[in-house]
Design a protein around this ligand. Structure first.
Ligand code: HEC
Length: 465
């Protein structure tokens, strides 16, 4: 009897173990399938490891909309359309939905899923050190002297930063820190030494309806830590402000003929990128005082924004005039896939949303066309998306062989890419740094070092000798 009991209990134990290990296997398989779904549908916005990119982190255990299984199921199915989280109910359901939620909740979620890379790394060439720390989402930066830069924080502060400390510039225009919006880029006038003008791009709220937002451009001078002489250079008509929190653009750059270029994203209204009477989904060109250049391409078209220089641009977050060739380089976010490198030309239609190498975030077809007559092709494109942000041209002396190459940052992909261009053609690219955090901006210091804005700090890259 005793023996029998023993036997049965061992047998029981044995099956329980088997069951547990079978359960574990199921869980692992489910997590694996969930990881694949995540990589396919979520990674482009939430980051390769859920660390966040254009969308919030899901790895930091803070959930704005509730982090229970039920919450995540509901959010994935229905989306949060107002804030830019698409609905996936049509494509992810049943077992797939279970697997995805298992994955998001699993410990494995913080493990690496390798991003698709086809570019070589030159990482060993550079030494990386912290230059400024304890920053809150630095968005734009621009050097005004050796070891001194103006730096914006998305939350609305402008700082004069050096390696030994920083001072806050008071009295800058009010910006709205909402989703992707906030205080965005900062740039100085090409003749800054003589005129002191500093330019800002930021998310501006309509006076009557604080939820209606649009990108605005202003300039001012800094005297004793105070913003003065403020002038508005570009402001959209109040009726064109839009109640979404994403796709604001925007980088400010200058050519040597007195023009200032900046971009505004489509603001989530993709068809308006093709509409010349709307400011969104465009690259704009104005004079540095905000006046309209006489030879802008659409000045003769009734009701068109006269500042429009090119259109069909989804969300430009890198714009730089190449100092040697004068080419206006631009990087813009694609939807899922199809991030673009463009050479921006007057009056040209870059095709969004009629042509794109990307597809809808939920995997459905966005457009059957990657090319159409009358629409410009990108010079190069990244599929899967890397979430491009920040662009500069290397001009320093520390890396003489890189002179004239583009430096492009990427948020979700967490890289800085060194892109070789000749005139308006793409010759190839290499990864300069990776996995240091999502890259918001890249700039060159007067010392020839490359400075990279990460989520809470700015790092300095110099040759690794
Ligand atoms: C187009 C970009 C985009 C894609 C693709 C995307 N999301 Fe989101 N997601 C967002 C945005 C934007 C938010 C909300 C931002 C905010 O308001 O804080 C969000 C929010 C969420 C939240 C709530 C987070 C919180 O803090 O409470 C969850 C959960 C979520 N997404 C899951 C997913 C999953 C799972 C996928 C893949 C099936 C996915 N998302 C794909 C953009 C995206």
């Amino acid at each position: 009897m005793l023996r029998l009991l023993l036997l049965t209990s061992t047998a029981f134990l044995f099956t329980a173990c088997q069951q547990a290990s079978a359960q574990k296997k199921d869980m692992e398989r489910s997590t694996e399938r969930g990881a694949a779904l995540y990589a396919e549908f979520c990674e482009s916005c939430h980051g390769v490891n859920m660390e966040g990119g254009m969308a919030p982190s899901m790895a930091d255990e803070s959930w704005a909309y509730g982090g229970t299984v039920a919450d995540i199921r509901r959010i994935v199915t229905q989306g949060l359309e107002e804030v830019g989280m698409p609905a996936f109910g049509d494509v992810i359901r049943g077992q797939n939905l279970d697997d995805l939620v298992t994955y998001i909740h699993s410990d494995l979620s913080s493990e690496k899923i390798p991003a698709v890379e086809n570019v070589s790394s030159v990482e060993e060439r550079v030494k990386i050190e912290d230059w400024a720390t304890d920053l809150d989402e630095p968005w734009g930066m621009h050097f005004i002297a050796d070891d001194t830069a103006l730096v914006t924080e998305k939350s609305g502060k402008l700082w004069q930063v050096s390696s030994v400390g920083r001072i806050e510039i008071k009295g800058i225009p009010e910006s709205v820190d909402e989703r992707q919006g906030g205080l965005l880029d900062v740039a100085t006038d090409p003749d800054y030494a003589n005129n002191g003008w500093v330019y800002l791009s930021y998310t501006h709220a309509d006076k009557k309806d604080r939820k209606a937002l649009m990108t605005k451009i202003s300039r001012g001078r800094i005297k004793n830590g105070q913003w003065t002489n403020e002038q508005t250079l570009f402001q959209a008509k109040p009726e064109d402000y839009i109640k979404t929190g994403f796709h604001f653009g925007s980088r400010i750059t200058f050519d040597d003929e007195g023009h200032l270029y900046f971009g505004i994203g489509d603001r989530g209204k993709k068809d308006e990128a093709q509409d010349l009477t709307r400011p969104n989904g465009k690259i704009h060109r104005i004079m540095r005082d905000g006046s309209i250049p006489e030879d802008n391409p659409f000045v003769e078209i009734e009701n068109a924004y006269p500042s429009i220089y090119s259109y069909g641009n989804r969300n430009p977050q890198g714009t730089i005039v190449h100092p040697q060739t004068g080419v206006v380089w631009e990087t813009e976010h694609g939807p899922r896939g199809g991030d673009e490198l463009n050479a921006i030309k007057s009056g040209v239609n870059y095709g969004w949303p009629k042509i794109s190498y990307g597809i809808n975030y939920n995997g459905t077809e966005l457009t059957p066309h990657t090319a159409l007559p009358g629409m410009e092709q990108p010079v190069s494109q990244w599929t899967p998306s890397i979430a491009v942000c920040g662009l500069d041209v290397y001009t320093g002396d520390l890396f003489p062989e890189w002179k004239g190459r583009l430096l492009a940052g990427a948020l979700a992909n967490q890289t800085v890419r060194l892109i070789d261009v000749e005139g308006e053609t793409y010759k190839g690219e290499a990864i300069l740094i990776k996995d240091k955090g999502r890259v918001r901006d890249v700039t060159i210091g007067p010392d020839g070092a490359i400075y990279v804005a990460l989520p809470s700090r700015i790092v300095r890259l110099t040759p690794n000798e």
